[in-house]
Write a protein that binds this ligand. Structure first.
Ligand SMILES: Cc1cc2nc3c(=O)[nH]c(=O)nc-3n(C[C@H](O)[C@H](O)[C@H](O)COP(=O)(O)O)c2cc1C
Ligand SMILES: Nc1ncnc2c1ncn2[C@@H]1O[C@H](COP(=O)(O)OP(=O)(O)OP(=O)(O)O)[C@@H](O)[C@H]1O
Length: 301
């Protein structure tokens, strides 16, 4: 897959199946668009291009809140997911107010035509342009609209997944994503108390603008030297020790590791419980032993 920036593209000469949208998380609904793109690209012998934006378009329509920059994947993981979904060309366009002023027809003429689309793929509820209309086909391309992918609670959407992550319902978020929610961080020093209670933890510094699950104890898998290792994680304020800062800490089972400075990718599988302020450290250790049993037993659905 090639990643390109709209403003740097000059002469495009390959006809494409063009997929449109922001695609935060590339969930099962989004994956249906790429499955359709792959089918058509194979039959018509075309490349798949996706036209997307580095940041969510909502950024320019609402009063800014720092949360608006948070995503369901890191930028790196997002690119990997596009590649896994068969995209040949990933094209980023800054979503600016100037760009947003175009009507759907102007957008088609000024932007889409550049990529010589034979087919443009959108989802059933995709609206574009300042007139917020469904894109229409023309002499150059036809528009294929992918029907809604839903479950018993309705449409699978990035908005629903964000809420699930924020409330700690990771197992449900994963069911909608179609893969485990993941966060990568650098292992940094904490208070080095973990070792003294029998559970050394890797404290993660997270640079990505990514949603962190709500405080609690979670079953996780960690990607370490290309292998998945089971562990459990704590997100919270270490209230038993009167902690003041929120930490994200991972204990990997059956390993004695020195990980400072390593990049650790954590796959969040399920929530075990909320954080508790214990009366004693022994009570915390006893609870962690119970948590460990649950984490070891957890099997991904
Ligand atoms: C699986 C797991 C569960 C935890 N549960 C709690 C908890 O309920 N309450 C709490 O105050 N701290 C909890 N902790 C955090 C410990 O207090 C923390 O790991 C310990 O203080 C070590 O911190 P340090 O790495 O900064 O030294 C938990 C940690 C892990 C790994
Ligand atoms: N569940 C779904 N079924 C079919 N198409 C979908 C589904 N969800 C999104 N799409 C389509 O994928 C493209 C990208 O959508 P978008 O990035 O707005 O995702 P979304 O999940 O609807 O996001 P949000 O919840 O933030 O509105 C659009 O063309 C949209 O219509």
């Amino acid at each position: 897959m090639k990643t390109l920036y709209f403003d740097e593209i000059e002469n495009w000469n390959e006809p494409t199946v063009l997929v449109l949208g922001y695609f935060d998380g590339l969930h099962r609904g989004h994956q249906a668009l790429f499955a359709e793109a792959k089918k058509l690209a194979a039959v018509l012998n075309l490349k798949i291009a996706v036209l997307t934006f580095p940041e969510k378009p909502t950024l320019i329509f609402q009063k800014f809140e720092p949360d608006m920059l948070l995503k369901l994947t890191s930028d790196k993981k997002r690119e990997e997911l596009f590649a896994e979904n068969g995209v040949d060309y990933l094209i980023f366009k800054d979503f600016t107010s100037c760009f947003a002023k175009q009507t759907a027809e102007e957008f088609s003429k000024n932007v889409l035509d550049k990529f010589l689309p034979k087919v443009v793929i959108t989802g059933f509820d995709h609206k574009t342009g300042s007139d917020m209309t469904q894109l229409k086909g023309n002499d150059q391309y036809k528009v294929v609209v992918v029907p809604e992918v839903s479950d018993e609670k309705g449409k699978i959407s990035s908005t629903r997944i964000r809420e699930l992550v924020k409330t700690g319902d990771i197992a449900s978020a994963n069911a909608l994503l179609g893969y485990p929610y993941e966060i990568t961080g650098i292992v940094v020093h904490g208070f080095a108390r973990g070792r003294t209670i029998g559970y050394p933890t890797a404290n993660l510094a997270i640079k990505d603008f990514i949603h962190i699950p709500s405080p609690g104890v979670y079953t996780v898998d960690v990607l370490l030297q290309g292998e998945r290792q089971r562990g459990f994680a704590s997100i919270g304020y270490n209230e038993t020790f009167n902690g003041k800062e929120k930490t994200v800490e991972i204990h990997i089972f059956d390993k004695d590791l020195d990980l400072y400075g390593e990049k650790l990718t954590v796959l969040w599988l399920d929530k075990i419980r909320d954080m508790i302020k214990f009366e004693s450290i022994d009570a915390l250790i006893a609870q962690m032993k119970e948590d460990e049993k649950k984490a070891r037993q957890y099997q991904e659905k």
